[in-house]
Design a protein around this ligand. Structure first.
Ligand code: UD1
Ligand code: UDP
Length: 366
């Protein structure tokens, strides 16, 4: 069986790594890896291939940055070309970025079946580019791997056939569990002088937060106020870098240290020893739930409500007073949280088994 896994951006690597590893245990599978190159800086790409021991991609489209149409169209053309030459039996896509949707569309148009890992997530906010990518990718896929009950319900509500939906658990948590011991060996606490258990960690990159100066201004004021309670460390996503410079953030009196975007192992160690996360990342909401660390989500909604229903995540929005009050509250009485069912480090193994079964069924039908 020839499979093609497609990645394009930072969060895709953590989702693809355990699936590629699980597939390598099946001798009858030949799995190739295509990198769309939507993220390309060493700190947004190469570093993760090293940290996660991912195989070198068989091909990199080098699509780079651009408008949504430019990125999506570029990946669509590049993936189609690759598929026509390579003719895999199935394409596997991850998450909700532009590269995910474009690869799924290229494959579906060539009638190559698509499996979507992390299917069924919905924020209900169609103003987010990722929401459109999720919806369309799910409806192009015949195998939908979900990580919670809500995702199954979302898909059922949209009329997706139950036979294609498989609740397998969370591949990002597979990677987290497999990497914890290695991450402990990182010297990031020494390098940053972050006091274990006594600091907060920030990530921000959503366009609706960082590309709108009035929203960014409110967020930065909230972070400044939270920093009065504890020092904050902030590895800055490339989208956000210039915006912070323009905003003159942080000032010298703020106890906020900016860092370059970190590799996975450094970031995991910094996250694990933090007292609090302040973020608009999707993946970080899940990882903090798995680590049982308080997380304040600086958005008005989430496509991952299970992290608030069971986990340690709280939706706080962008108002400075709410951010400061929520940080106070989370530090005084940290939420205990539960780890959602099937977030147990074995999701990718379940995915590999289902892929093999599906393939055998379709072979016996021909
Ligand atoms: C993308 C995804 C988002 C995901 C995020 C993960 C879409 C629509 N968005 O957002 O869902 O949460 O990745 O991090 O697919 N840049 C660099 N170097 C890089 C990559 C990007 O400098 O290696 C800069 C460029 O100025 C670029 C900007 O970051 O224009 C945004 O990159 P892009 O891939 O368009 O979107 P992200 O904000 O990274
Ligand atoms: N991450 C990382 N280094 C950083 C910031 C985040 O390795 O400096 C990891 C984080 O642990 C998670 C993933 O990147 O696994 C989340 O990616 P991101 O926030 O870029 O995207 P999203 O999840 O919001 O789509």
């Amino acid at each position: 069986m020839k499979l093609l896994c497609v990645v394009g951006t930072r969060p895709n690597y953590m989702k693809a790594a355990p699936v590629i590893r699980a597939l390598s245990g099946w001798p009858e599978v030949q799995a190739k890896l295509l990198h769309a190159g939507q993220h390309y800086d060493p700190a947004m790409s190469d570093l993760f291939f090293r940290d996660l021991a991912l195989p070198k991609p068989d091909f990199n489209l080098g699509i780079g940055s651009g408008s949504h149409a430019e990125q999506t169209a570029g990946v669509l053309v590049g993936v189609e070309r690759f598929l026509l030459q390579d003719r895999p039996d199935r394409v596997i896509v991850f998450g909700d970025v532009n590269s995910t949707l474009a690869a799924a569309l290229a494959a579906a148009k060539l009638r190559i079946p698509v499996a979507h890992v992390e299917a069924g997530l919905r924020s209900g906010d169609r103003g987010m580019p990722e929401e459109l990518n999720r919806l369309l990718t799910d409806h192009l896929s015949d195998l939908l791997f979900t990580h919670c009950e809500e995702a199954d319900e979302n898909l059922a509500r949209e009329g997706v056939a139950a036979a294609g939906i498989h609740r397998v658990g969370n591949v990002m948590i597979d990677t987290l569990q497999a990497s914890l011991a290695l991450a402990e060996r990182s010297d990031i606490l020494e390098r940053t002088t972050a006091p274990a258990g006594g600091y907060g960690l920030i990530t921000l990159h959503r366009p609706e937060n960082v590309d709108r100066p009035e929203v960014l201004g409110r967020l930065l004021e909230g972070l400044r106020r939270a920093a009065k309670r504890l020092p904050l460390f902030f590895p800055v996503h490339p989208r956000t870098q210039a915006r912070l410079r323009t905003a003159g953030f942080p000032s010298e009196q703020d106890r906020i240290t900016l860092l370059e975007p970190l590799g996975y192992l450094d970031f995991l160690k910094l996250m694990r020893h933090a007292a609090l996360l302040l973020t608009d990342s999707g993946g970080v909401q899940e990882e903090t739930t798995a680590l049982r660390i308080p997380c304040l989500t600086l958005r008005e909604n989430t496509e991952r409500p299970i992290t608030t229903r069971l986990g340690t995540n709280r939706i706080v929005g962008t108002d400075p007073d709410r951010i400061a009050a929520a940080a106070d509250q989370a530090l005084k009485t940290p939420p205990k949280g539960q780890i959602p069912p099937l977030w147990d480090g074995k999701a990718a193994e379940r995915i590999a088994k289902i892929l093999m079964k599906k393939q055998h069924v379709s072979l016996s039908a021909t």
